[in-house]
Design a protein around this ligand. Structure first.
Ligand code: GLN
Length: 299
């Protein structure tokens, strides 16, 4: 009975993925040494049912999608007040790697641009990266691996991120040299996930912090609510307004080609397509999300 009920959703998902999988608009990011191909999508409902289509098991670097989850961990570990003193929650309307702080001497505009994400990494108590990885693994419900090649290949973006780290140090947002937080940030960006993982991770946010497959509470309701709010206003960088009009769900993209979206109280959606638009958001992932938001009335 259940299988029969699931089929129409799976079929619809497959049809949507098929309709965009051959589009070649956009550019693949220049961070990774190897080009990852494919196109896929997965949905995880808040009662833990998983539906997938296309290359939903293809791994790719989580990249900036990690920022939303590390922010959740920072809030869990330190509490809202402590984190708010260091990271604001206003959309910047700027590119993800903009070199800027707001106010005097300044805080990052939000935790989802690079400078705010590096600050959020710093907020996680040491051992930072092991703690972050453990949190992602609980969110995905399986063990995850770091892509060593991508970790080592950060190149240009690495230099720019180091500049952001030192700006945080200069403004006394962080009170020690940024090296460890920067390393944790670079590592977290290199963690490999699939569209299915993103669907489950998004569903945890949609499910008020309880991972719907394992049943484990990973964050308080307040933290899940906060993270979704910041994703809604800041998750798609300088495309956040357009995204909200087209898709209408809180979401977070990464230059690895993934996007996670969450329909609160309903489901998590993970999409994958490596070609990016000028904001660094997946072209096909955006189209899939838009189409599903419309068809399933998630906007
Ligand atoms: N690792 C990339 C960076 O730090 C992530 C950027 C992204 O996914 N938008 O610039």
């Amino acid at each position: 009975e259940l299988a029969a009920a699931r089929k129409p959703i799976t079929n619809h998902l497959a049809e949507v993925v098929d309709s965009v999988k051959d589009l070649d608009d956009g550019e693949v990011n220049d961070i990774g040494p190897h080009e990852v191909k494919g196109c896929g999508a997965a949905i995880c409902t808040v009662d833990g049912h998983l539906y997938a289509a296309g290359d939903a098991d293809q791994t790719f670097a989580i990249q900036s999608i990690s920022k939303a989850f590390t922010y959740a961990l920072a809030l869990e570990e330190r509490g809202h007040d402590w984190v708010d003193e260091r990271i604001n929650v206003e959309p910047s309307g700027e590119a993800f790697n903009e070199i800027s702080l707001v106010g005097e001497p300044g805080r990052p505009a939000n935790p989802l641009v690079n400078i705010g994400a590096i600050a959020a990494c710093w907020c996680v108590p040491e051992e930072r990266f092991p703690r972050i990885l453990d949190f992602y693994e609980r969110l995905a419900g399986r063990s995850l691996e770091l892509d060593e090649e991508i970790y080592r290949a950060e190149g240009k973006s690495g230099s720019r991120n180091r500049a952001l780290g030192w700006l945080l140090r200069w403004a006394e947002v962080i009170d020690e040299d940024p090296d460890d937080a920067l390393d944790a940030y670079t590592r977290q960006c290199s963690v490999q996930v699939t569209a299915k993982d993103l669907a489950v991770m998004g569903a945890t946010l949609a499910n008020r912090g309880v991972q719907p497959v394992t049943g484990e509470r990973l964050m308080s309701e307040e933290v899940a609510e906060r993270v979704l709010s910041v994703m809604a206003t800041c998750g798609m960088y300088d495309d956040a307004g357009e995204w909200m009009i087209r898709v209408g769900m809180p979401a977070k993209s990464g230059v690895g080609g993934g996007i996670v979206s969450a329909a609160p109280g309903q489901l998590g959606l993970g999409t994958f397509g490596p070609r990016l638009d000028k904001h660094g958001n997946s072209v096909r992932g955006t189209l899939i999300s838009e189409r599903l938001a419309h068809d399933f009335d998630l906007h």
